[in-house]
Design a protein around this ligand. Structure first.
Ligand SMILES: [Zn+2]
Length: 452
């Protein structure tokens, strides 16, 4: 069925905002974009769904999340990063079942749908995330994680992740979700993955022609571990009797030596990178997931976003998990990002709101290698779109839609979410889940995480 969606504003991202604009959707695709008057004349039989004083945009692209960790929102308010990770791993493995992780990932999907996020680059350990993403109707790349700081574990870990990836790949095709959901692989981070495992997984990503994502250059403790084998991660590895020989260089140089950069990886965080690192990243075609709120919450610092953008790197915005953020709200993330960098660099002209909207749509799509399908409202692209209410007390009056969304808005202004032509959210209801049931299930999961 062909339907016209219109609103006071249409923000195609690849073209200037259009007043009284509309987009025509047929099945899973965008058939036409233009003024409502024009498109009405062109498609006289198509019903019109008008959102009134609202803006229609392409769906938001969250390039880094951990849906399965939704149950940990507000549970790990431990400021020390290494201890935070250790606590998270322990609580997850000792207290939560695979059903709990599925509940957790389902709630994460509901939060994303309500926030107008239509595509996620999610790193996942459990297979629950893939399951929830398939059910949700959302689009995404699921980067299946692998861990293994022991060099001797590298071959077995590689075989295990390879088998898992083949099984999951088959499952995606079996359920017919291959147009929406893709697999990637994620060797977790330099302090949890041995050099040999990194090299082997990079090879595997070539062999399987899948994308690779890695937590990279996130903290000072990671810098210390790689420079001279000191700091909290070094101490933790020592305590566990795991040998680690510091390569004596930056994380990016280390990845270059291991052949990881040849896979043009998606690198998450990149807080501690310098100009030399950025030049290496540019040369390799690596992409960056910038997570400003998560980095700030841990006190990790401010990633050199403008230097990376000036160098021509593809950078998208990620919320990271709600265990550190504590919310999956890309509008808030974009506002925080703009304000943070403008304050730090004492430059009020660094970002305009249209550039921030591009960062959470088209730039994110590029980072996930999905720009041929999504990221803008253009003919032939997938019908992934959202509508944002501009009639609320906190965003009225408005004189420019991008300013209203980025500087006055939040995820809660989203009133409509569609992925591949399927309505996932409207009139306050998520269509792909029984939200009340998932919230009830989360109460059971939450009980297990209460107490030391
Ligand atoms: Zn992360």
């Amino acid at each position: 069925m062909t339907t016209i969606f219109s609103a006071h504003w249409l923000l195609p991202i690849t073209a200037p905002p259009l007043a009284k604009g509309a987009v025509v959707v047929n099945a899973d695709q965008i058939l036409a974009v233009g003024s409502l008057a024009e498109l009405r004349a062109q498609f006289p039989a198509a019903p019109v769904r008008d959102f009134g004083e609202a803006a229609i945009l392409p769906g938001f692209v969250n390039v880094h999340s951990h849906l399965e960790l939704t149950a940990f929102r507000g549970r790990l308010e431990e400021p020390h990063f290494q201890r935070w990770i250790a606590n998270l791993i322990q609580l997850k493995s000792e207290r939560l079942s695979s059903d709990d992780l599925l509940t957790s990932a389902r709630l994460g999907c509901i939060e994303a749908i309500r926030a107008g996020v239509t595509t996620l680059g999610d790193t996942a350990d459990a297979t629950a995330t893939l399951e929830a993403l398939i059910e949700s109707g959302l689009r995404g790349v699921v980067f299946q994680e692998c861990f293994g700081p022991h060099v001797e574990q590298a071959d077995a870990s590689t075989q295990a992740i390879e088998r898992k990836l083949y099984d999951l790949h088959e499952h995606i095709f079996d359920v017919g979700a291959q147009e929406r959901v893709r697999l990637g692989v994620s060797p977790h981070a330099p302090y949890s993955v041995s050099d040999r495992l990194f090299a082997k997984v990079a090879e595997l990503s070539f062999e399987m022609a899948i994308d690779i994502a890695i937590h990279t250059a996130e903290s000072q403790d990671e810098v210390k571990l790689l420079r001279d084998g000191t700091g909290a991660f070094a101490e933790s590895l020592n305590r566990r009797g795991i040998e680690f020989t510091a390569p004596g260089c930056s994380t990016i140089q280390y990845f270059q030596q291991l052949g990881v950069l040849e896979a043009a990886p998606l690198l998450i965080h990149c807080v501690t990178v310098d100009d030399e690192d950025i030049a290496l990243l540019k040369e390799s075609g690596a992409r960056v997931a910038h997570c400003p709120k998560s980095n700030a919450k841990f006190g990790h610092g401010i990633a050199p976003l403008t230097a990376m953008m000036r160098a021509g790197l593809e950078v998208g915005l990620g919320t990271d998990s709600v265990a550190s953020n504590n919310t999956c709200d890309l509008i808030e993330e974009a506002r925080f990002c703009a304000l943070l960098h403008q304050a730090a660099q004492r430059d009020p002209l660094l970002f305009d709101p249209n550039a921030m909207l591009k960062m959470i749509t088209l730039d994110g799509a590029r980072v996930l290698n999905l720009e041929d399908k999504i990221g803008s409202l253009e003919v032939g692209k997938q019908a992934d779109l959202v509508a944002i209410d501009l009639r609320r007390a906190h965003n009225t009056p408005h004189y420019d839609p991008a300013t209203a969304i980025i500087f006055s808005g939040s995820a809660q202004d989203v009133i409509f979410t569609m992925v591949a032509g399927r309505v996932l959210y409207e009139q306050g209801q998520v269509s792909s889940f029984d939200e009340a049931e998932v919230l009830r299930a989360m109460q059971v999961t939450q009980e297990k995480l209460v107490g030391q």
